[in-house]
Design a protein around this ligand. Structure first.
Ligand code: PEP
Ligand code: MN
Length: 353
C-alpha cells in the first residue's frame, strides 16, 4: 500500500491531530444541527453521525436512515463542516455518496465480516472518497488488514484505520480493551496508513476520553474520532461515552501534542542504551537455548519426555512473581516466559529427533 494518500478534503486543515466529532447517532434534525453548530464554533472540521446503527440486539434504536443524510447536508450548508457517516452495505454507500457525505467509515462489526467488506469494496470501485476502517471486534490484526486491503484493492487511496478497542474476555476498565500492541503493529506493517483512535468506544465512559486521547497522541496517532452530543445524558445510543461540545473542546485543548519527528541528542543516547541492552538480551537468550539443547540431549539419553508440565508451571509462576517485585506486569512476564519456553521446546525437539 505504498501509494496511500493522507486523509485530505478540499479546504481541510490537516494539522495533527485531525478531529472527527459528533453524536453516536443522528436522532433528530434539531439534535444534529445544534450539536454541529456548537462543534463548528469549537473549530471542529469534520462532523460524524451514524444514520444506520449496527445494534448488538434487535429492537434498539437502529438509526433514522436516509432522512439523516438530509440533516447532514444541512450541517454542511450551515456550518461548512465536512460530514462523515458509517456504512455497512452497498445501499448505504450509494445513499451516502448521493447524499454528499464527505467521508465514510466502516464499523467494527462490519470489518469483522469479509463478505460484507467485499460488498463494500465492490460498491466503492471507481469512487474517490476517504474511507476509514475500524478494527474488527476481535483482536485480530490480520482480519483488520484484510478489511483494509479489500478497500485498497477497490482503488481507494485516501484510506485510514480507526482503533476502537476489542471485545475482551476478562473484566476490564474499558468497554473495548485498547490492546495498544495491535494498532502499534499495524503502524509498523503499514507505516503510511493514517491512524485514528476512538476513545469513546474504547472507554465506554466519558471520563476515559481524555486519558485515552492523550495515550493515542503519545503513540503518534494522526487523529481522533470522538462522540459528542448537545445533550449527552439524553442520547438515544452510547450516552455514557458522549461529551458535550464544550467538554470535548476542553479535552482537546488540554492534549499535549508531541512532535513525532524531533529526536534530541539525549533521546539518541537513551536509544543507544536500549540497543545495547537488546543485544545483551539476545546473547543471554542464545546461551539459554544452548543449555536447553543440552537438556534435550540428556532427556534423549534417559528417554525422558521433552515437556515437563509441572516444571514449566513452576518457571512461569516464579518469574511472574519476581517480575511484579521488579515493577513489571505479571501477565507480561508470563507471556515472555511462554514464548521463551516454546522456543526452548523447539530447540530440544531438534536434538531429540
Ligand atoms: C459508532 O461509531 O457509533 C459505532 C457503532 O462504533 P463501532 O463500530 O466501533 O462499535
Ligand atoms: Mn457509538
Amino acid at each position: 500500500m505504498n501509494d496511500l494518500k493522507p486523509i485530505t478534503l478540499p479546504g481541510l486543515d490537516t494539522a495533527r491531530p485531525l478531529i472527527i466529532a459528533g453524536p453516536c447517532s443522528a436522532e433528530t434534525e434539531e439534535q444534529v444541527l445544534t450539536t454541529a453548530h456548537a462543534l463548528a464554533r469549537k473549530g471542529i472540521q469534520i462532523f460524524r453521525a451514524g444514520v444506520w446503527k449496527p445494534r448488538t440486539k434487535p429492537g434498539g434504536f437502529e438509526g433514522v436512515g436516509r432522512v439523516g443524510l438530509e440533516w447532514l447536508k444541512k450541517v454542511k450548508a450551515e456550518t461548512g463542516m465536512f460530514t462523515a457517516t458509517e456504512v455497512a452495505t452497498r445501499a448505504h454507500v450509494e445513499a451516502a455518496l448521493v447524499g454528499g457525505v464527505d467521508l465514510l467509515w466502516i464499523g467494527a462489526r462490519t470489518a469483522a465480516n469479509p463478505f460484507a467488506m467485499q460488498e463494500l469494496a465492490d460498491s466503492l470501485e471507481g469512487v474517490d472518497v476517504p474511507v476509514l476502517v475500524k478494527n474488527p471486534v476481535s483482536p485480530d490484526l490480520e482480519l483488520w488488514i484484510g478489511a483494509l486491503e479489500r478497500i485498497y484493492n477497490a482503488g481507494i487511496r485516501r484510506l485510514g484505520a480507526i482503533h476502537r478497542g476489542f471485545t475482551w474476555v476478562d473484566k476490564s476498565l474499558y468497554r473495548n480493551h485498547p490492546y495498544w500492541a495491535i494498532p502499534i503493529e499495524l503502524r509498523r506493517r503499514i507505516p503510511n496508513l493514517p491512524l485514528f483512535s476512538d476513545p469513546s468506544h474504547i472507554g465506554g465512559k466519558r471520563e476515559l476520553i481524555a486519558p485515552l486521547s492523550q495515550q493515542a497522541m503519545d503513540l503518534g496517532f494522526d487523529g481522533l474520532i470522538v462522540e459528542s452530543h448537545c445533550a449527552p445524558d439524553t442520547a438515544w445510543s452510547d450516552k455514557n461515552q458522549q461529551v458535550s461540545p464544550e467538554t470535548l473542546s476542553f479535552i482537546l485543548n488540554n492534549l499535549i501534542i508531541r512532535d513525532m519527528n524531533t529526536t534530541t541528542e539525549n533521546l539518541n543516547e537513551l536509544r543507544r542504551q536500549i540497543d545495547k541492552l537488546d543485544n545483551e538480551l539476545l546473547e543471554l537468550l542464545s546461551r539459554r537455548m544452548q543449555v536447553s539443547q543440552e537438556i534435550g540431549s540428556y532427556k534423549k539419553a534417559h528417554q525422558m519426555p521433552v515437556l515437563q508440565a509441572q516444571r514449566y508451571e513452576e518457571i512461569l509462576e516464579r518469574r511472574a512473581r519476581q517480575a511484579v517485585e521488579l515493577g513489571m506486569d505479571r501477565e507480561f512476564m508470563r507471556t515472555v516466559m511462554q514464548a521463551i519456553h516454546e522456543e526452548s521446546i523447539r530447540q530440544q525437539m531438534k536434538v531429540i529427533e
